[in-house]
Design a protein around this ligand. Structure first.
Ligand code: SF4
Length: 410
């Protein structure tokens, strides 16, 4: 293996060039004694291209569960017995209200996600209408759609309706793909990213780490994403939902997650790298270090699982001295956002002290009040502190926000 030369790696990435495959492998293979050096290298690159800014993204699950595909990591597959919320399309009003709540919480981008193999033309029209309403209420927000495989015409329709971006993750390397899914192929996913691009949509595509892949495969998928010219790279960490084939997979440590994020940053120096699903569950108390590497996170809950309280996200950014990315280069003080929602001094269920209690769960698959009391109860089994030694931490299924009567975590 190539020796880790952090000075050379940092200089390469600071020039906007990807580090080599060998160096990417050296980053993944580095020891804990080198971890802070690796984080510092990635942080220097993050700060050069993104300063102190953090982009907040907000997920709206338009259609949940009942997917005929068999992605083994996903809680929404028909074959998974996960007990996640199952519902068909949210109405335009419900979706707009959820998105607007996320924007009120500081989100710069709203991600509209629907489970399933891909949309019908009618589905695309429906999502186009939702996008129109969201943009009318929140003209500055970016909208990213994530609807599965789509045609070029559907991509163009979404673009014309106001969609800015399209998310379709590669998830894993080509060599590992058959291990995680049999109903579609890696090349189907690559094709979809290219189709979205041709339709005028900014490509967002990332991966899920922790599914049995090798270091080489992690490097492969990052280089594939770079080759595809994606604009944003969500790095998810597997949430081993009970009832999915990958339940029981616990191959990640916080240090490993930081190395993976750092490798992503150094391969894609000037591209948005997002610490996505699994942030709270796997990074736990190391989350702040992830923000030194990534310039983007999801605010609040995930598609089918709970994230830490939105207030805790903002407090973490404030503690780090980061700002929230607004429109046209505006940088917003996270404390201003907290203050605006009346939480400046914290309240039961949302203070910084809740981070451990809420830092339990996230979702991995394809509004503005807290719901905190519920959450505080639900999160009693948070993995970071309450789980018996040797026991597998539980992934907390989302029971609030879109598709429920319970206010969202934002
Ligand atoms: S990842 Fe997407 S395509 Fe795969 S099972 Fe989940 S919702 Fe369906």
């Amino acid at each position: 293996m190539t020796t880790l030369d952090l000075d050379q790696i940092t200089a390469t990435a600071l020039s906007g060039t990807s580090i080599s495959r060998e160096d990417a492998l050296a980053v993944l293979g580095s020891g804990n004694d080198q971890l802070m050096g690796v984080v510092a290298a990635a942080s220097a690159v993050r700060r050069k291209f993104f300063g102190r800014r953090v982009k907040l993204n907000y997920l709206v699950n338009l259609k949940s569960g009942l997917c005929p595909e068999d992605c083994s990591y996903c809680s929404q597959s028909l074959g998974a017995k996960t007990g996640v919320l199952k519902y068909s399309w949210l109405s335009t009003e419900q979706a707009t209200a959820a998105a607007t709540a996320g924007v009120g919480g500081g989100a710069r981008r709203v991600c509209l996600v629907a489970s399933g193999r891909g949309p019908s033309n009618r589905d695309v029209d429906r999502v186009g209408q939702i996008i129109g309403h969201i943009k009318a209420e929140n003209p500055e927000v970016e909208v990213c759609a994530c609807l599965g495989f789509l045609t070029e015409q559907q991509a163009s329709t979404l673009h014309e309706a106001g969609a800015d971006a399209y998310n379709h993750n590669l998830n894993s390397a080509e060599s590992n793909y058959a291990e995680i899914c049999s109903t579609h192929s890696y090349s189907d996913r690559v094709d979809t990213v290219e189709t979205a691009k041709r339709g005028g949509l900014s490509p967002c595509s990332g991966l899920i780490a922790g599914m049995g892949e090798t270091d080489e495969e992690l490097v492969d998928v990052l280089f594939a994403l770079r080759e595809l010219g994606v604009d944003s790279v969500p790095v998810n960490f597997l949430l081993p939902f009970e009832g999915t084939p990958l339940h029981g997979h616990q191959e990640l440590t916080p240090q490993r997650c930081l190395r993976i994020l750092a490798m992503a940053r150094l391969v894609c120096p000037d591209v948005e790298v997002r610490a996505a699903a699994g942030r709270e569950y796997h990074l736990r108390s190391m989350q702040p270090l992830a923000l030194e590497i990534c310039n983007s996170i999801f605010l609040g809950d995930y598609l089918t699982s709970e994230g830490q309280a939105g207030d805790a996200d903002l407090r973490m950014l404030a503690d780090l001295g980061f700002t929230v990315q607004g429109a046209d280069g505006e940088e917003i003080d996270p404390m201003e956002l907290l203050s605006a929602r009346g939480a400046k001094h914290g309240h039961a269920g949302h203070g910084a002290a809740d981070v451990a209690a809420c830092g339990s769960a996230v979702g991995a698959g394809c509004g503005s009040s807290c719901g905190g009391c519920d959450h505080a109860t639900d999160s009693a089994a948070a993995p970071s502190s309450d789980v018996a030694e040797g026991a597998e931490p539980e992934v907390h299924v989302r029971r609030r926000g879109a598709g429920t009567q319970v206010p969202a975590n934002v």
